[in-house]
Write a protein that binds this ligand. Sequence first.
Ligand code: AGP
Length: 587
Amino acid sequence: MCGIAGYLGKRKASPILLDAVRRLEYRGYDSVGIATLHEQRLSVRKAVGNVEEVDKKLHFAEMPGNVGIAHTRWATTGKVTDENAHPHLSNNGKIAVVHNGIIENYQELKGFLQKNGYTLKSQTDTEVIPNLIEHHMKRKSLKQAFLETLRQLEGTFSIVALDEGSGTILGARHNSPLVLGLARDGTYIASDVSPFIEATKKAVLLEDDEAVILDNKLEILNFRTGKPVRKKIFLMHWNYEQAKKGDYEHFMMKEIDEQGSTIKKAVQQDAKLMKKAVSMVKKAFGVFLVGCGTSYHACVSASYVFSHIAKKHVNVVLASEFENHREFLTNKTLLIALSQSGETADVLEAVRIAKDKGVKIIAITNVVSSTLTQLADETIMMNCGPEICVLSTKSYTAQLAILTALVYGLAGKLEAGKKLVLQAAAKVPDIIRDSTPKIKALASKIKDSRSIFLIGRDMAYPSALEGALKIKEVSYIHAEGFAGGELKHGTIALIEDNVPVIVLATEHTKKEILANAMEVKARGGYIIGINSRQDDVYDYFIEVPEAGMANPILMIIPIQILAYYLAIERNLDPDKPRNLAKSVTVK
Ligand code: AGP
């Protein structure tokens, strides 16, 4: 996934665009580039590295002009090189383009362009876009050439282009987000609202197949039909303070700390909406929960609440595997799609497959302008504010909070479910305060482990999966979570002296999981207990109060903190782990 932005207005564009890519950097940080236009001359500066590194070299804010575009890249097609960094130029150097997504037919378009005498310098798919616009401008206006180009593209794209001749900014989206910010000093266009949220609260959320032509006026149209589109102006409730680090060193710890309040906000949903969602689950014949990564773990965790509280079977499927379940879908099926970003390609693909079969969709997401909200029949917002760290922390516990309440609602006990979650939320600040010193010491003790294992039973099993993901994606230590009962079916072969094994115990599973802990200890494992009560088998103990069906909300918090400090101990950046991006918008 990449971050794209553009600005046209009264102010100097380059400082605005530099700030924009800083705010979008969580979407990818392999390379950065900016193009501005001054006195009818396009200038482009771009290089490999994150925003700070590249700005130190290229001094973006020096670039003149009051119109420009910018890009921060997470590489998909083409290696991480200066040449492959965006913006990309047409052969005649008069059209600059930044792009988020994948043009699936770019090889064919590249061949067409090369046959017509164009040379493409980069390995990217994006470079075909400015050159197609140049090609079509030989016989059409800029606007028509842009629309013609868009109709030739297959795949996913949000695009911002800048034309040297007219100083016009052109934008368009297909299965990738793009929003406009309408400020007094000018017009912004970006992948999300963060670049302009302080300049204006007025946003226009573009929908699929919509294009924007921005010069001294603003035109929005459907690029398939060419017909103008009327759009409403959203007033964004976000404030950028929420998305700033404040006095935290990293977003990750800030967002872990915020969970005391974000879990509360998540569960305080509009009563009518929750009632509607409950009735959709009740009416459905076949319920699927889909997600990826952490969101998938929330689905697995919720399936235990569906079973224990509502006595209802639900199908939990990785979004990337959902197409193999197509045969089971009917117009009576319900799909609950979890995605913090609302842009994860596999989740959107699963939703499209389901919609083709007449399946009703409930989305649980955190981004109001996301593609998922536009595809869903009903959307439950996680309301946990911008999650900037690549790792999902507060969004995970927000998803758990919403799903727990939903299931209690299904059992006719919505208020009881909300109360349970709110009681758990109230314990979060103490858990963080009381456990952090011990967790810091633990991180320094196990930071050089080759592997870390996590075991749990019942609802603590998905917590073990999620804990392993947190640890491995931020510390690069191999970590594996699995069901305690699975230990003897293979993994115990990996246990040797001092291998750390985190044991997630609850009142309900204590007896069996401690027996598993004894088996591991007998083979030299180092036992770290996360539990409401100490036990002799533990070599290290972190207390987490018992919370019944809300246990998964609380027991993940010490592991989030452990993952954070493991990264710090290993001198890694917890907010931007290597090779990862905040949302995987490619399949
Ligand atoms: C979790 O820490 C990771 N960042 C990743 O697994 C993430 O949960 C997954 O990519 C799904 O993202 P989404 O919730 O935005 O769809």
